[in-house]
Design a protein around this ligand. Structure first.
Ligand code: C5P
Length: 312
């Protein structure tokens, strides 16, 4: 009897923005203690996982040329991690990944983490694993600090190194404009720069998180705009001074507030509503301060299967 090969599985996964990012002390393991509020955005990557005799990773779309396709690719590490966890051979998992990117690479929006989360969900379906979301979340945390959040989606408070999540009530939709920079920034470099700035002086620190949670539950973007804050912003701007101009241009274009997303260099602008976001995006595009502008809304669901291709 012929073995039936399961059809490829495609998973859609969101980018994230940190509405509030408080960076604490460096821990013994080298990570910084964080208190952050994540929101998932409608800017998404798609990952297709398929059984294949020629295993590997293929990447297309936004920034594809700068994504490694070898062993260092985080999505491929997700394949190996899940294979080992379920007793398959991590050196010969017989799986092929196709990653279609819209999330900027090294952009501070958890693009690589998103692809890893999507791969976990896709493989769990392809291999028909009885693993559950908690099991996947544990593996996600091993792969990277942001992977559990993009697996989960929505809006959540993250603590520890960002991997411990508590869902946050945010029934309202918020409208964002995103400005992609010409080149990415390395997350470790930005954390190192913050350590350097703190050793030398006293860069600004975000306030308490509670008012951010209240603004989220009120759904009022004007209230939330006043409270957006990111301790990594000073470090990202120090490494990429041109971001100051981008941040100013977004506010001049009519955004309620702008901030560096995570470790940057993407800038995220909160807008009053969907129409305002389209207007801000158009004006920002013409300002010549960034490579590409996108409109997105949040929160959206985390990594989820969108299709299983039944064709051969
Ligand atoms: O967890 P992840 O591998 O995505 O983190 C990338 C890098 O970002 C870490 O190697 C570390 O330099 C920095 N980081 C940190 N503290 C965190 C999260 C990330 O210093 N809480």
């Amino acid at each position: 009897m012929l073995a039936v090969v399961p059809p490829p599985v495609t998973v859609r996964v969101p980018a994230k923005v940190n509405l509030h990012l408080a960076v604490g002390d460096v821990r013994k393991d080298g990570y910084h203690e964080l208190a952050t509020v994540f929101q998932s955005l409608s800017l998404t990557d798609e990952v297709t996982v398929a059984i294949a005799d020629d295993p590997g990773v293929e990447v297309t779309g936004e920034g594809a040329e700068s994504v490694p396709t070898g062993a260092s690719n985080l999505a491929w590490r997700a394949v190996r991690t899940l294979a080992a966890h379920v007793g398959r051979d991590p050196d010969d998992p017989k799986v092929r990944l196709v990653i279609r990117k819209s999330i900027p690479v090294a952009g501070g929006m958890a693009g690589g983490s998103a692809d890893a989360a999507a791969t976990l969900v896709g493989l769990a379906s392809l291999w028909r694993l009885d693993i559950g979301r908690d099991g996947l979340a544990n593996l996600a945390a091993k792969l990277g600090s942001d992977v559990p959040f993009v697996l989960h989606g929505g809006t959540a408070l993250g603590t520890g190194r960002g991997e411990q999540l508590i869902p946050v009530l945010a029934r309202h939709t918020f409208h964002w404009v995103l400005a992609f920079d010409r080149r990415g920034l390395s997350t470790p470099d930005v954390f190192d720069e913050l350590d350097r700035l703190r050793a030398e002086g006293d860069p600004p620190r975000v306030g308490a998180v509670e008012p951010v949670l209240e603004a989220l539950s009120s759904g009022d973007p004007r209230q939330l705009a006043l409270l957006l804050g990111n301790d990594l912003q000073a470090a990202a701007v120090s490494l990429r001074p041109g971001l100051r101009r981008t941040l100013r241009a977004g506010v001049n274009a009519g955004a309620l507030a702008g901030m560096v997303s995570g470790s940057g260099p993407t800038c995220a602008f909160l807008c009053t509503d969907a129409d305002a976001a389209v207007r801000v995006a158009a004006e920002l595009s013409g300002a010549g301060v960034c490579r590409t502008v996108r409109v997105a809304q949040g929160p959206v669901p985390g990594a989820r299967v969108v299709s299983t291709d039944e064709s051969p």
